[in-house]
Design a protein around this ligand. Structure first.
Ligand code: ATP
Ligand code: MG
Length: 556
């Protein structure tokens, strides 16, 4: 495929722009970037942006950078840098060349700020924060010029150099662009370009005590890296004017092929929160186990829960790219993972809430039976399971008296098939002091393995089981929505609408074949859902439920 051919994907407005830019030779190769601030873990919203940026680069045989927009050392940390790299690679993407850091360009930012001062387009301002707020005006009223606006170029150069040399305190002064205090875009009212911060930076140490503002650094970083299409979310629409102003006034970048920004709508997902500030709060207030809690919308949480890279990429494709703000249903995300796991997950049996069955006419030692690993895909082969005199079934699969003709599970004097094994019939049950079933006694029909009863009796129900003597005790963690309302971010106190039943723990059994199951590898536990072994407690048998087999939520 040549660079100028379109690819077989749903069209969106960004692809249309790229197609035009390539056709008109505005650019010969697409170059995008994913620019996180390393101040938290990535979430599913970031995944949308990652899939878009890296996906376009892949489809158009272009390049995509991973750039840390690390201009605010107070909130950043190497822990976040490392987790972001890991998450991007886990999603299946590889950045072009070395990882980029805005902090690599600190010398250049300083030189470009100096160029603006020399052109009379930036000045050092000594208004305190209260005064600057007052001078800024409001959406209804224009702002007022700072008294420092007319300082001479020579003096501004000297003052900026003093800022750099640590001769001013934090908050004492800032470098501002000289644009237009009456602009209807607030971001154009002489925005701050540089501030004083005596902070140690995770990449540059103590070399700097002035740091560029995000808006100044972001557009220049894109230009330095020759990014062709700077893609970001809609809240940066107004800021585009400032980015264009900065680049237009720097000799190196006032060229037609400089980066152009295009905005798309961010992902909002029902029943969760996506702001990094709120996710931080959940972690800090210990309302979840950490950033990788399987209920979190973080990539690391979803990975731990059993989401696959393919399912997240497919989800990004399903929701598409537009400029319309909307709320995405959780069901779309869950359908994507279900569709992927249905194809790839080996089948297995697990009993989450066990009661014991004793099969009274089964006298011998447990026997090995063969069961398909995937009933729709014979190529995946077969697995060994055990059947014996004692097996576990799920409590919900037994009732003494079947409520109506349609009860497809076990009852006294009724027949049901044990999945992959024989037809059994309930004989009598034993109960504990509270009236809960402890043991059900049954008989089995030895002539029903892999075939219907010879006399033509119809046995409709099928339930799953695990043979008791070799069953492996396991913990099952069942997850539900983290919040009880569709849009928790709208609440005054979003922590007050956390779902108290977002985690249910069950103790039961899995097949012996799962003794060495790999963390994160998906299994379909028949009739129970998709599960994977927890990646944080690999020495224990703990399984996280990724998603139930059917969408029971939208029915609620
Ligand atoms: P912050 O409040 O810290 O700025 P952020 O979510 O904007 O949080 P960034 O690290 O700046 O975090 O985001 C990196 C990239 O991911 C940006 O280009 C941003 O537009 C994009 N992004 C962030 N959240 C979403 C979302 N919900 N949907 C789509 N893209 C997103
Ligand atoms: Mg941001």
């Amino acid at each position: 495929m040549s660079n100028n051919e379109t690819v077989d994907r749903p069209v969106n407005f960004i692809r249309n722009i790229i197609n035009d830019d390539l056709a008109n030779h505005k650019h010969e190769q697409v170059h995008t970037r994913f620019p996180p601030e390393p101040n938290g873990y990535l979430h599913i919203g970031h995944a949308k942006s990652i899939c878009l940026n890296f996906g376009l680069a892949e489809d158009y045989k272009g390049l995509c950078n991973l750039r840390f927009d690390d201009t605010n050392p107070a909130k950043e940390d190497m822990e976040y840098v490392d987790s972001i790299k890991q998450d991007v690679q886990w999603l299946g993407f590889q950045w072009a060349g070395d990882i980029c850091y805005s902090s690599n360009y600190f010398d250049q930012f300083y030189a470009y700020a100096t160029e603006l001062i020399e052109k009379g387009l930036a000045y050092v301002c000594f208004l305190n924060s209260e005064e600057s707020r007052e001078y800024r005006g409001s959406l209804k009223e224009p702002g007022k010029d700072s008294p420092c606006r007319d300082t001479s170029v020579e003096e501004n150069l000297a003052l900026f150099s003093k800022m750099k040399n640590g001769e001013f305190k934090e908050g004492e002064c800032v470098l501002r662009a000289k644009i237009d205090m009456a602009s209807s875009f607030m971001c154009m009212r002489d925005p701050t370009l540089y501030r004083v911060r005596f902070e140690t930076h995770h990449q540059t140490g103590d070399k700097w005590c002035i740091y560029p503002m995000y808006d100044f650094a972001h557009c220049i970083s894109d230009a330095i890296e020759h990014i062709t299409h700077s893609l970001c979310t809609l809240e940066f629409q107004d800021n585009r004017r400032l980015y264009d102003w900065v680049l237009d006034h720097l000799d190196d970048f006032s060229k037609p092929d400089r980066p152009h920004q295009y905005e798309f709508s961010r992902l909002n997902l029902e029943y969760t929160v996506m702001s990094k500030r709120k996710l931080h709060q959940l972690v800090d207030d210990k309302l979840v186990e950490g950033w990788n809690d399987p209920r979190m919308p973080t990539i690391s949480g979803m990975r731990r829960r059993g989401y696959t890279p393919a399912s997240i990429r497919d989800f990004a494709e399903r929701i598409g790219i537009s400029k319309v703000d909307s709320m995405t249903e959780m069901g779309i995300l869950e359908a994507a993972v279900r569709d992927d796991l249905n194809k790839v997950a080996p089948r297995s049996m697990a009993v989450l809430d066990p009661i014991k069955l004793v099969i009274e006419n089964y006298e011998s030692e447990p026997e090995v039976l063969m069961a398909p690993i995937h009933p729709q895909n014979e190529e995946m082969g077969k697995r060994e399971i055990l059947f014996g005199r004692e097996v576990y079934i799920d409590r919900a699969d037994f009732t003494e008296v079947a409520p109506n003709g349609k009860f497809m599970r076990l009852a006294l004097d009724k027949e049901v098939r044990l999945r992959n094994a024989y037809v059994i019939k309930g004989v009598r049950a034993e109960y504990d002091a509270d009236g809960n079933v402890t043991t059900v006694y049954c008989t089995y029909d030895p002539d029903t393995h892999g075939k219907n009863p010879a006399d033509g009796r119809k046995v409709k129900g099928v339930i799953h089981f695990v043979e008791a003597s070799k069953a492996i005790p396991a913990e099952f963690r069942l997850y539900d929505r983290l919040f009880t309302v569709e849009n928790p971010a709208k609440e005054d106190d979003f922590e007050s609408v956390i779902n108290p039943e977002s985690l249910t723990i069950k103790n039961g059994f899995v097949e012996p074949g799962l003794l060495n199951s790999e963390p994160e590898k998906a299994y379909q536990f028949e009739r129970e859902g998709y599960f994977c072994r927890d990646n944080q407690s690999v020495d224990k048998q703990i399984y996280n439920r990724t998603v139930a087999l059917r969408d029971t939520w939208s029915a609620k």
